[in-house]
Design a binder for this molecule. Sequence first.
Ligand code: DCP
Ligand code: MG
Length: 386
Amino acid sequence: MKALPRRIAHLDMDAFYASVDLLRYPELRGQPLVIGGSNAQQPVVLVDGSRCFSRLRDYVGRGVITTATYEARALGVASAMGIMKVARLAPEAILLPVDFAAYRHYSRLFKAAVARIVPAIEDRGIDEIYLDLSALAEDSRSLAQRIKEAVRQATGLSCSIAVAANKLLAKIGSDLDKPDGLTLLAADDLAQRIWPLPVRKINGIGPKASARLAELGIHAIRQLAHADTALLQRHFGRGYGVWLSEAAHGIDDRPLLTSAEPKSISRETTFERDLHVRDDRETLSGVLIALCRHVAEDLRRKSYRGRTIGVKLRFADFQTVTRDLTLAAATADAHDILRAARECLRRVPLERKLRLLGVRVSTLATRADEDDPSEPRQGELDLTKR
Ligand code: DCP
Ligand code: MG
């Protein structure tokens, strides 16, 4: 039986920080507003109870803005611009300081409202989430409408949603009709709606990759889709080359990461002075033992065990190497972790001085996943075993 196509939504709040601040200062609605000042930009309450806001033309100093309302964006203002540059573009715009506590509060509110409708949510940060709608019967448009309405009810804020076959397309889609957008992307929309866009609209193509693609004459996603994969691999490496090609064709099988389960648990230490295995053997050995013990404690506290044990070394010249090995059975035991970490270290040439040492345990399973839930051995680590 052929699997049904997935229905993945991406939801992104509109001008998030600025919109949250407008809830508190509704008199600013409709004006260009920029978020990014310090406490000096805090509004002053006048004797008649009205508020006096800072204007950008009065601003002197450094710093960048976090975001701006759509009225300010119409003047050319964008996230991460220097405040002085914004002041030249939009001298009349109002500047407010950031208020992370308020943004976190509204972030929790909108996510809780969505979770009451769709249980499968991947949290992507303060103002965006992916949703898996595949298991729900309702059609995509009315679901998306209902989600937008629930967000508005819970927060008074608007968001933009797209529904598509995967995360990659949903993420591009939610940006197509901002603010207050609702975009449905079907498989045959690729050529019409995605291919004309610049390559940097693909999440995962950053400024460096898009600059290198531009050097190859590739600007639009359509050109990337038609580019020879072998050429892309020559310029970007095997893995990334293939990924570029697939992304341009709208292919993306990544599942939603719906819970906050850690992928690994690790500890690392940067030394006060660079250490050499020959001259500082005792110290390094002590550090390794302590790291393994801490990782084991972290695992136990969180009720995890892991099968892959790895070490990370950074040399004085900042070159970083990692080595790992996978055990037959998952462990949370400091002895087992130490033994495996030493095994990994034997595979690294150690002629140079070290500035950092780290130990990581991955391929995690919770106790509940395991056949044998017996407590790991307790006890002191034996320094002499090597
Ligand atoms: N943010 C930031 N610095 C950046 C980009 C964003 O501090 N360089 C903060 C402010 C934004 C929030 O993160 O309000 C969410 O980022 P978005 O990229 O989603 O931008 P907005 O929500 O502000 O606008 P949009 O309507 O384009 O989503
Ligand atoms: Mg946003």
